[in-house]
Design a protein around this ligand. Structure first.
Ligand SMILES: NC(=O)c1ccc[n+]([C@@H]2O[C@H](COP(=O)([O-])OP(=O)(O)OC[C@H]3O[C@@H](n4cnc5c(N)ncnc54)[C@H](OP(=O)(O)O)[C@@H]3O)[C@@H](O)[C@H]2O)c1
Length: 340
């Protein structure tokens, strides 16, 4: 016996990946509904070898549906997630709306699967920000061994992290570089993204950091350990898919780079590719379509007593969003909503 599953935002970057991943991982599904806004009514989306027609989220009745994977942004989530939850359907949400709500678990299954059990207070589970998700998968096994005190992270984030419009803007501006009569001014991003990098993602906070940077701090504390100090610089780069991160970690106890490599090799969700030779590391284009978070360039930081540096790359639409949401759904089904 399977589950009745809804994907809301099925025409978007994340929603399409959710459908792909549900099919790839053979999630036990009895019935599936693909939802988007009314303007996309009837748009065809793929689900394995089937084609689904999208329905209007506004008119959809969630009664009798088990799980809804939401990827529609905070404004629409605010309107529709409470409706779905009140109808008895558990919402797994990709927006930032509920991430910091103490009554909503924020889950990365490799790190804090048991937190899923707290879903019942609101019938909602939150999925973290894409940059946080891949980083905490790498931090958790190292934290369990040597207790992390502080993390300094710089991100190199793909344009697909800003939705369909972000991908289109990079594509259109790149073409326009070769055909200057077709000038494409910045719209989704603050400055030209083609052949450039932009140290600004989401809005500015009072202390000069951005909301994206703040999210990495707060979410890491909620998912891994409130005692970990995090400072982040988040940068948009002209890559379509795949976020990369340079992570510097300071530990309470000494952790040798070889032991760290062995720990990460054994850790769930991680693939270590770390050869000290040309090309012996992973770059964003190589992680596209993969489930793993890839770790490379593991090395001691000799400027502090107990420090390590590493390079972390993952498909932002997968581990950073759709895959993590499907893994949460799998965890929920295995731990709580058991059927058959
Ligand atoms: N991309 C990432 O790396 C990433 C990572 C983590 C979390 N997220 C979060 O996931 C969500 C979706 O991101 P995305 O990249 O997939 O965006 P996207 O490509 O722009 O897609 C947005 C989706 O939401 C639907 N939608 C928007 N407003 C709606 C409304 N009022 N009613 C019904 N459907 C509506 C759109 O439907 P139409 O096509 O009909 O407009 C579309 O299916 C966002 O909350 C984002 O913050 C994204």
């Amino acid at each position: 016996m399977g589950y009745k599953v809804v994907v809301a935002g099925a025409t978007g970057n994340v929603g399409r990946e959710m459908l792909n991943i549900l099919a790839e991982r053979e999630f036990p599904i009895d019935d599936i509904a693909a939802l988007a806004s009314r303007r996309s009514l009837g748009t065809e989306v793929s689900f394995g070898d089937r084609t689904l027609k999208t329905q209007d989220l506004e008119a959809f009745d969630f009664t009798g549906w088990d799980i809804a994977l939401f990827a529609i942004g905070s404004d629409a989530t605010k309107e529709y997630a409470p409706k779905a939850a009140a109808a008895g359907c558990v919402v797994i949400d990709n927006s930032s709306l509920y991430r910091y709500d103490p009554d909503v678990p924020l889950v990365v299954p490799e790190v804090n699967a048991a937190a899923v059990d707290g879903y019942a207070k609101k019938n909602i589970i939150a999925n973290p920000n894409c940059s946080t998700a891949q980083m905490v998968v790498a931090l958790k096994p190292l934290h369990d061994r040597a207790k992390i005190k502080r993390v300094v992270v710089s991100t190199y984030q793909a344009t697909s992290g800003a939705g369909k419009e972000g991908v289109d803007e990079l594509w259109d501006q790149t073409k326009a570089i070769y055909n200057p009569t077709d000038e494409v001014p910045p719209k989704k991003f603050q400055k030209q993204i083609a052949f450039n990098v932009i140290p600004h993602i989401d809005s500015f906070m009072e202390d000069g950091s951005t909301k994206e940077e703040w999210k990495m701090v707060v979410e890491t504390k909620k998912i891994v350990d409130p005692g970990i100090k995090v400072t982040a610089t988040c940068v948009r780069v002209p890559v379509f898919v795949g976020h990369a991160e340079s992570i510097n970690i300071e530990f309470e106890d000494h952790l040798d780079e070889d032991e760290a490599r062995d720990i990460l090799r054994e850790a769930p969700g991680i693939m270590v590719i770390d050869k000290r030779e040309d090309g012996g590391y992973v770059t964003p284009v190589e992680c596209v379509g993969d489930f793993a978070t890839f770790i490379s360039r593991i090395r001691q930081d000799s400027t502090i007593d107990n420090g390590l540096n590493l390079w972390c790359v993952s498909d932002n639409l997968r581990k950073g969003a759709a895959l993590n949401a499907v893994q949460i759904a799998e965890t929920l089904c295995n731990r709580v909503l058991k059927k058959g």
